[in-house]
Design a binder for this molecule. Structure first.
Ligand code: CA
Length: 524
């Protein structure tokens, strides 16, 4: 069924007396919305080549627009997905943390596109419990999913585990579904959502050879002392405290018990055993995959015995973490490249909007951390690249402040559909057309809700970020207070200037902006 809008014929009248001609407007664009999980901007070479080369992902920026200042509204997995689907902040869509349920009966842009005649598909990691409404083809990982032999739910049916690697399997299904869509007469909206590079960063077997010899630059603040930042001091997300088993892959006889807290130090469950959990993950490998992993795990174990308890331990942990994280991204990169090749081969590239983003950013050793949640730059930011050759100039860049909640309005705009009034995101179409409105937003509001007695012990906070300054207000009992950063002078946010008389005026303005944003955004 084709939506009536695409059948509208626009009559054009000519003054020379000839008969009116009828011109068919161009077909509505297809949408390929690619999202990965926990992917930091720094781990895409279109942003910076200091850590990684991602030729597949970079195609989207090279042939489209790279957003330098793209942010999330609540930096944690499921709430961020809810914000993207609903175009609303967490306090309005209800999915404030990873624990509270998502109301699946609320408005989403995918259902709106479905109702407007799009064929809609969601393949990969959904992480919002229920099978989404208004999705014609759903093949979602169960919960976080596994890197190896993952299990999927297909349109409500739970399938057996599939031998293979998650990023490749998800991509295979995406290409199959694109082929089915290409034969139909509807435009499509495909949500192609990767699990990688989410913890526990298990690389594909093809990436294991040579991986332990790779070295990555160490961030200057890997050994942050958190001076003047009590919430950062209290958080349990340091690489120094990672699980050696689950995270760093020290397994078998080399490690028992695991000395790390892994961000779960609050859990008093005696059955909580990361060594066994790690064995379960490795137990998903096929015999051939186990063979590929065996020499890798053996060497990791031997290296651990050498560095354990020495002054080299933290840097070894950092390199071990980064090796697996970066390799997990490289598999996403190769698979995205495959899908872009398919669009080219099928003649779909010109009329398909391709978005690449993540549900949030991630710490890659900055402040000594992994994980996300904080309003500090590395996890407040998220990658965003959009390719749409009919509208967006190749190799363009944008520096305006944009949010994950803007994506739904943007896609509906290109599809010719008006979102409901309560959607808070704003269409990025003028930015993509290189014509940012004069009254574009000058600051953005952020709020993190998950309780302190949950993973990683991050104090609840809200804040406002402008182009230069950021004010964070910690509201958690015991951690109440403000932090103020000058991002020009202190881009890594090491120097909390809240008591600096030089910034008294800035502080007053930003405190007022938090109040104004709360009113404008209907924060309770
Ligand atoms: Ca995530």
């Amino acid at each position: 069924m084709r939506h009536f809008l695409s059948l509208l014929l626009i009559p054009l009248l000519y003054t020379c007396g000839s008969a009116p001609e009828e011109v068919t407007p161009p077909p509505r664009p297809n949408i390929l919305f690619i999202m990965s999980d926990d992917h930091a901007q720094r781990a895409i070479s279109a942003y910076t080549d200091e850590l990684i080369n991602t030729p597949g992902l970079d195609r989207i920026a090279n042939e489209g627009m790279l957003f330098r200042n793209s942010f999330v509204t609540n930096s944690i997995c499921a709430p961020s997905r809810a914000a993207i689907l609903t175009g609303k902040y967490s306090h309005l869509n209800g999915k404030i943390d990873n624990i509270s349920p998502f109301n699946p009966n609320q408005w989403t842009f995918t259902e709106e596109l479905h109702n407007a005649g799009y064929r809609t598909s969601l393949i990969g990691k959904h992480h919002l419990q229920a099978v989404p409404r208004g999705v014609d083809e759903f093949r979602g990982l169960i919960g976080q999913g596994s890197y190896y032999s993952p299990r999927f739910v297909h349109n409500g049916d739970t399938l057996d585990a599939e031998p293979g690697y998650t990023s490749t399997l998800i991509t295979d299904y995406v290409i199959e579904e694109l082929k089915r869509n290409a034969g139909g007469d509807q435009p499509f909206c495909m949500l192609y959502w990767h699990k990688a590079p989410h913890r526990n960063w298990m690389p594909d077997t093809s990436d294991l050879p040579g991986l332990l010899d790779r070295r990555f630059p160490v961030p200057a603040n890997l050994r942050d002392d958190y001076k003047g930042r009590p919430a950062a001091q209290h958080a349990d997300m340091r690489i120094a405290d990672m699980f050696t088993s689950h995270d760093l892959k020290v397994t078998g006889d080399y490690q028992y018990p695991d000395p790390g807290t892994g961000g779960a130090g609050f859990i008093k469950n005696p059955n909580f055993d990361q060594v066994k959990n790690t064995a379960n993950q490795l137990g998903r490998l096929t015999p051939a995959q186990q063979k590929a992993w065996a020499p890798f795990l053996e060497r990791v174990g031997k290296e651990w015995l050498e560095v354990k308890g020495t002054t080299d331990e933290l840097e070894w942990r950092y390199q071990r973490y980064m090796q697996d994280y970066i390799a997990s991204v490289e598999s996403v990169d190769r698979n995205v490249d495959r899908v872009l090749d398919y669009l080219d081969e099928a003649g779909l590239a010109e009329n398909t909007i391709v978005i690449y983003t993540s549900d949030q950013g991630f710490y890659l050793g900055e402040h000594g951390w992994y994980d996300k949640r904080f309003m500090y730059e590395e996890s407040h930011r998220t990658p965003l690249m959009i390719r749409y050759p009919a509208v967006v100039k190749a190799e363009s860049e944008n520096e305006d402040l944009v949010l994950n909640i803007d994506l739904s309005s943007t896609l509906l705009d290109f599809a010719g559909v008006t979102p409901p009034d309560d959607v808070q995101g704003v269409s990025l179409r003028p930015l993509l057309e290189d014509n940012t409105p004069d009254d574009w937003r000058e600051d953005i509001y952020y709020r993190y809700y998950q309780q302190m007695d949950s993973y990683h012990r991050v104090a609840r906070h809200e804040g406002v970020r402008g182009e230069r300054y950021k004010l964070i207000h910690f509201t958690e009992p015991g951690f109440e207070g403000y932090e103020l950063y000058d991002l020009d002078e202190d881009p890594t946010e090491m120097d909390n200037r809240i008591d600096d008389p030089m910034l008294e005026g800035v502080k007053t303005v930003l405190m007022e902006r938090i109040k104004e944003q709360r009113i404008a955004l209907k924060v309770d």
